[in-house]
Structure formats: structure tokens, C-alpha cells
Design a protein around this ligand. Structure first.
Ligand SMILES: [Fe+2]
Ligand SMILES: [Fe+2]
Length: 238
């Protein structure tokens, strides 16, 4: 049998992206773990708590799978995790206010846009190890998104719902702006151009992230918040 020529390792961009994803998955695990603790402290139903615990485990699986992709791409030494970002900070005096903020920021906003973002990455991914990771991540993100909206619905059915609704109204503008900083028009230093090989490893250019985020404003956020009686502020993208 003729030997196939050894494949060139993928570019530094691929390793850099997947290293960032390993850290992002650790961050998701830490933040979800803390949210789950807060849900226990405010007496959320065991079903909700268990759904949250399952998400923590999913995020660890995502970190493991992302590490395999990074290593298959030639990654050798990972930078230490940024511990300062691996957790949540109390910002309100009332714990329920921090819970509703975390649920909206992390799950209703973050995990909801994560679904079309990962679907877009996965669509062009043909390298098996990367495709396997994105298959699993995308499947889980749908459940993580639903967890957020179920938690918010539960919170807004409590006797303190009006107070919590006020926290969401006051916070939404800043949280949407933060999303613009992560994925949208305000992103500094996003990926400009991507080669077909980098795409095959699950890397996409920043412009696509911004388009998907802006589509999520009307397609997902406005519609889902309206169902719960929460109105969206004027969109940062408009
Ligand atoms: Fe994840
Ligand atoms: Fe997630």
C-alpha cells in the first residue's frame, strides 16, 4: 500500500481557538456550579438543581473533548486558566437578584446564542475529532438554553417576581452590550479571515459571529422575553 504523505499540522489559529474553548468550558462549568449552589440556597426545586448539576458535568465533557481537539491539532502547553473569570461575583444584597441576573446573562442570553453559533461552526467541520466535539457541544447547548428559560419562568412566577423583573429590566441593556463585546460589533481583535482548512477544524471568522448574534436579538431574545412579559431595550445593533 502506498503511504499517504504526512498531513501538515493545522495553523496556530486552530490551536489558539481550541485552547480558548478549553478555558471557556472550564469557565462555564465554574459559573454553572456557582449558579447551582445559589439555586440550592434559595430553595429551587430538586429537579432544577439536578438539571443544573448535569450541565456542570456536560461542560467538563466539553472541556475534555476540546482538549483532545487542541492536542490533535498539535497543542503542547496550555496557559494557566484565568482564575479571576472562573466564577460569579455577588453584586446585589438579595441573593435572588444575583440568581436572576446569572440565569439571564449566562443561560438565557449566552447559551441561547451559543446554539446557532456552534451550529455554524459544526456545519463546516470535517476533521473527525473536532466534529465529534462540536456534535456533543451543540446537542448539549440546546438543553442548557432551555434550562435558562425554565429557571427564568420559575423565578418570574414567585411572589417576588416584580422585583426580579425590575432587576432584569435594569440589567438587560448592559448584558446585551457585553454580548456585543464578546461576539458583535464591539469585539476587539476577532478573527478576520479563515482558510478552508481552518474551517474544517471548526474555526469561523468573527463577522459570522456578529451576524448570528444580531439575528438572535429578534429571532430568540425578543420573542422569548416577550412571552415572559419582559420587554427588551433598544438593541445595541440597531
Ligand atoms: Fe460547553
Ligand atoms: Fe453550555
Amino acid at each position: 500500500m502506498p503511504r499517504r504523505p504526512a498531513k501538515e499540522p493545522p495553523s496556530e489559529l486552530v490551536r489558539h481557538e481550541w485552547a480558548g474553548r478549553i478555558e471557556a468550558e472550564y469557565r462555564s462549568a465554574a459559573i454553572t456550579q456557582e449558579t447551582v449552589l445559589w439555586l440550592i440556597q434559595i430553595g429551587a426545586s430538586p429537579d432544577l438543581v439536578r438539571a443544573g448539576l448535569r450541565i456542570v458535568d456536560d461542560e467538563l465533557v466539553h472541556a475534555e473533548m476540546s482538549r483532545k481537539v487542541w492536542s490533535a491539532a498539535g497543542g503542547e502547553a496550555l496557559a494557566p486558566l484565568d482564575r479571576g473569570s472562573l466564577g460569579l461575583r455577588r453584586e446585589h444584597e438579595v441573593l435572588e437578584h444575583d440568581v436572576v441576573s446569572a440565569i439571564v446573562k449566562v443561560f438565557c442570553l449566552g447559551e441561547t446564542v451559543a446554539v446557532p453559533l456552534f451550529a455554524n461552526l459544526r456545519k463546516h467541520t470535517t476533521v473527525p475529532v473536532a466534529r465529534r466535539a462540536l456534535d456533543r457541544i451543540l446537542k448539549d447547548e440546546v438543553r442548557h438554553r432551555d434550562f435558562g428559560w425554565t429557571c427564568l419562568e420559575w423565578l418570574l412566577a414567585r411572589p417576588d417576581a416584580e422585583e426580579l423583573r425590575g432587576v432584569v429590566h435594569r440589567g438587560l441593556d448592559g448584558w446585551l452590550r457585553a454580548l456585543e463585546g464578546n461576539y458583535g460589533d464591539d469585539l476587539q481583535g476577532g478573527i478576520r479571515g479563515v482558510t478552508p482548512e481552518e474551517r474544517a477544524w471548526g474555526v469561523a471568522p468573527w463577522r459570522e459571529y456578529a451576524e448570528i448574534l444580531h439575528r438572535a436579538y429578534t429571532r430568540d431574545y425578543a420573542r422569548r422575553f416577550a412571552k415572559l412579559g419582559v420587554s427588551m431595550p433598544a438593541l445595541p445593533a440597531s
